[in-house]
Design a binder for this molecule. Structure first.
Ligand code: ATP
Length: 137
Protein backbone atom coordinates (compact mmCIF):
# COMPACT_ATOMS: atom_id res chain seq x y z
CA UNK A 1 0.00 0.00 0.00
CA UNK A 2 1.37 3.34 -1.11
CA UNK A 3 0.29 6.98 -0.86
CA UNK A 4 0.55 9.67 -3.51
CA UNK A 5 -0.39 13.29 -3.83
CA UNK A 6 -2.73 14.68 -6.48
CA UNK A 7 -3.99 18.10 -7.62
CA UNK A 8 -7.04 18.89 -9.72
CA UNK A 9 -5.78 22.13 -11.30
CA UNK A 10 -7.77 25.37 -11.89
CA UNK A 11 -8.69 24.51 -15.50
CA UNK A 12 -10.31 21.22 -14.47
CA UNK A 13 -12.13 22.77 -11.49
CA UNK A 14 -13.46 25.48 -13.86
CA UNK A 15 -14.62 22.76 -16.29
CA UNK A 16 -16.68 21.18 -13.47
CA UNK A 17 -15.01 17.76 -13.77
CA UNK A 18 -13.90 17.14 -10.18
CA UNK A 19 -16.30 14.22 -9.88
CA UNK A 20 -15.31 12.83 -13.27
CA UNK A 21 -11.67 12.77 -12.15
CA UNK A 22 -12.48 11.32 -8.71
CA UNK A 23 -14.47 8.58 -10.45
CA UNK A 24 -11.38 7.60 -12.45
CA UNK A 25 -9.28 7.39 -9.27
CA UNK A 26 -11.88 5.24 -7.54
CA UNK A 27 -12.35 2.94 -10.53
CA UNK A 28 -8.58 2.38 -10.59
CA UNK A 29 -8.62 1.29 -6.94
CA UNK A 30 -7.12 4.51 -5.58
CA UNK A 31 -8.78 5.58 -2.33
CA UNK A 32 -9.16 9.29 -1.54
CA UNK A 33 -7.96 9.41 2.08
CA UNK A 34 -7.71 13.24 2.41
CA UNK A 35 -9.04 16.11 0.30
CA UNK A 36 -9.59 19.87 0.30
CA UNK A 37 -10.36 22.73 -2.04
CA UNK A 38 -8.21 25.83 -1.79
CA UNK A 39 -6.97 28.84 -3.72
CA UNK A 40 -3.16 28.91 -3.78
CA UNK A 41 -1.40 32.14 -2.82
CA UNK A 42 1.58 33.27 -4.87
CA UNK A 43 3.85 32.19 -1.98
CA UNK A 44 2.30 28.72 -1.73
CA UNK A 45 2.58 28.17 -5.48
CA UNK A 46 6.21 29.31 -5.48
CA UNK A 47 6.95 26.96 -2.57
CA UNK A 48 5.28 24.01 -4.23
CA UNK A 49 7.01 24.57 -7.60
CA UNK A 50 10.41 25.67 -6.19
CA UNK A 51 12.21 23.06 -8.34
CA UNK A 52 10.98 24.81 -11.52
CA UNK A 53 12.18 28.30 -10.53
CA UNK A 54 14.07 29.91 -13.43
CA UNK A 55 12.54 27.69 -16.11
CA UNK A 56 10.91 29.48 -19.06
CA UNK A 57 7.40 28.28 -18.12
CA UNK A 58 7.72 29.11 -14.39
CA UNK A 59 5.94 32.51 -14.38
CA UNK A 60 3.05 31.17 -16.47
CA UNK A 61 2.80 28.10 -14.27
CA UNK A 62 2.48 30.24 -11.12
CA UNK A 63 -0.01 32.56 -12.77
CA UNK A 64 -2.12 29.61 -13.84
CA UNK A 65 -1.94 27.72 -10.55
CA UNK A 66 -3.06 30.83 -8.61
CA UNK A 67 -5.79 31.72 -11.13
CA UNK A 68 -8.60 29.83 -9.39
CA UNK A 69 -9.45 27.14 -6.87
CA UNK A 70 -7.75 23.74 -6.94
CA UNK A 71 -8.58 20.47 -5.20
CA UNK A 72 -5.74 18.61 -3.49
CA UNK A 73 -5.96 15.00 -2.36
CA UNK A 74 -3.99 12.11 -0.96
CA UNK A 75 -4.60 8.83 -2.76
CA UNK A 76 -3.82 5.42 -1.31
CA UNK A 77 -3.59 2.06 -3.01
CA UNK A 78 -1.34 -0.63 -4.41
CA UNK A 79 1.38 0.99 -6.54
CA UNK A 80 -0.49 4.31 -6.16
CA UNK A 81 2.25 6.62 -7.52
CA UNK A 82 2.63 4.77 -10.82
CA UNK A 83 -1.08 4.03 -11.25
CA UNK A 84 -2.02 7.64 -10.61
CA UNK A 85 0.57 8.89 -13.14
CA UNK A 86 -0.79 6.39 -15.67
CA UNK A 87 -4.29 7.80 -15.26
CA UNK A 88 -2.97 11.36 -15.78
CA UNK A 89 -1.04 10.73 -19.01
CA UNK A 90 1.92 12.72 -20.34
CA UNK A 91 2.43 16.35 -19.24
CA UNK A 92 1.75 17.54 -22.80
CA UNK A 93 -1.84 16.60 -23.73
CA UNK A 94 -0.76 16.24 -27.39
CA UNK A 95 1.49 13.36 -26.31
CA UNK A 96 -0.80 11.89 -23.67
CA UNK A 97 -2.09 8.39 -24.35
CA UNK A 98 -5.73 8.16 -25.45
CA UNK A 99 -8.12 7.68 -22.58
CA UNK A 100 -5.95 9.44 -20.00
CA UNK A 101 -7.23 12.43 -18.04
CA UNK A 102 -4.89 14.83 -19.85
CA UNK A 103 -5.71 13.44 -23.31
CA UNK A 104 -9.42 13.86 -22.56
CA UNK A 105 -9.41 17.14 -20.63
CA UNK A 106 -6.15 19.13 -20.67
CA UNK A 107 -6.13 22.43 -22.57
CA UNK A 108 -2.34 22.83 -22.99
CA UNK A 109 0.98 21.74 -21.49
CA UNK A 110 0.52 24.32 -18.71
CA UNK A 111 -3.25 24.04 -18.28
CA UNK A 112 -3.06 20.29 -18.03
CA UNK A 113 -5.87 19.49 -15.57
CA UNK A 114 -4.00 17.46 -12.97
CA UNK A 115 -0.78 16.92 -11.06
CA UNK A 116 0.60 13.70 -9.62
CA UNK A 117 3.73 13.02 -7.57
CA UNK A 118 6.46 11.36 -9.62
CA UNK A 119 8.32 9.52 -6.83
CA UNK A 120 7.97 8.37 -3.22
CA UNK A 121 10.15 11.30 -2.14
CA UNK A 122 8.04 13.92 -3.90
CA UNK A 123 4.83 12.25 -2.69
CA UNK A 124 6.00 12.54 0.92
CA UNK A 125 7.10 16.14 0.45
CA UNK A 126 3.95 17.19 -1.38
CA UNK A 127 1.56 15.48 1.05
CA UNK A 128 3.31 17.25 3.93
CA UNK A 129 3.14 20.55 2.05
CA UNK A 130 -0.69 20.49 2.05
CA UNK A 131 -1.82 18.14 4.85
CA UNK A 132 -1.13 17.52 8.50
CA UNK A 133 -1.12 13.86 9.54
CA UNK A 134 -4.42 14.28 11.46
CA UNK A 135 -6.15 15.46 8.25
CA UNK A 136 -5.43 12.10 6.58
CA UNK A 137 -7.94 9.30 7.26
P1 ATP B 1 2.90 17.48 -12.69
O1 ATP B 1 4.14 17.64 -11.83
O2 ATP B 1 1.98 18.66 -12.66
O3 ATP B 1 2.20 16.16 -12.57
P2 ATP B 1 4.63 16.68 -14.64
O4 ATP B 1 5.37 15.96 -13.57
O5 ATP B 1 4.13 15.90 -15.78
O6 ATP B 1 3.41 17.44 -14.14
P3 ATP B 1 6.63 18.75 -14.41
O7 ATP B 1 7.80 18.63 -15.29
O8 ATP B 1 6.76 18.44 -12.96
O9 ATP B 1 5.46 17.92 -15.11
O10 ATP B 1 6.05 20.22 -14.58
C1 ATP B 1 5.11 20.73 -13.67
C2 ATP B 1 4.05 21.48 -14.43
O11 ATP B 1 4.64 22.60 -15.09
C3 ATP B 1 3.37 20.69 -15.54
O12 ATP B 1 2.31 19.89 -15.09
C4 ATP B 1 2.89 21.80 -16.45
O13 ATP B 1 1.69 22.38 -15.93
C5 ATP B 1 4.01 22.81 -16.35
N1 ATP B 1 5.00 22.60 -17.42
C6 ATP B 1 5.97 21.67 -17.46
N2 ATP B 1 6.69 21.74 -18.58
C7 ATP B 1 6.17 22.76 -19.29
C8 ATP B 1 6.47 23.36 -20.56
N3 ATP B 1 7.47 22.91 -21.31
N4 ATP B 1 5.71 24.39 -20.96
C9 ATP B 1 4.71 24.86 -20.20
N5 ATP B 1 4.36 24.34 -18.99
C10 ATP B 1 5.08 23.31 -18.55
Amino acid sequence: IERTFSIIKPDAVAKNIIGEIYHRFECAGLHIIAAKMLHLSQEQAAGFYAEHKGKPFYDNLLKFMTSGPIVVQVLEGQDAIRRHRELLGSTDPEKAQAGTIRADHAISVTQNAVHGSDSAESAAREIEFFFTEDEIC
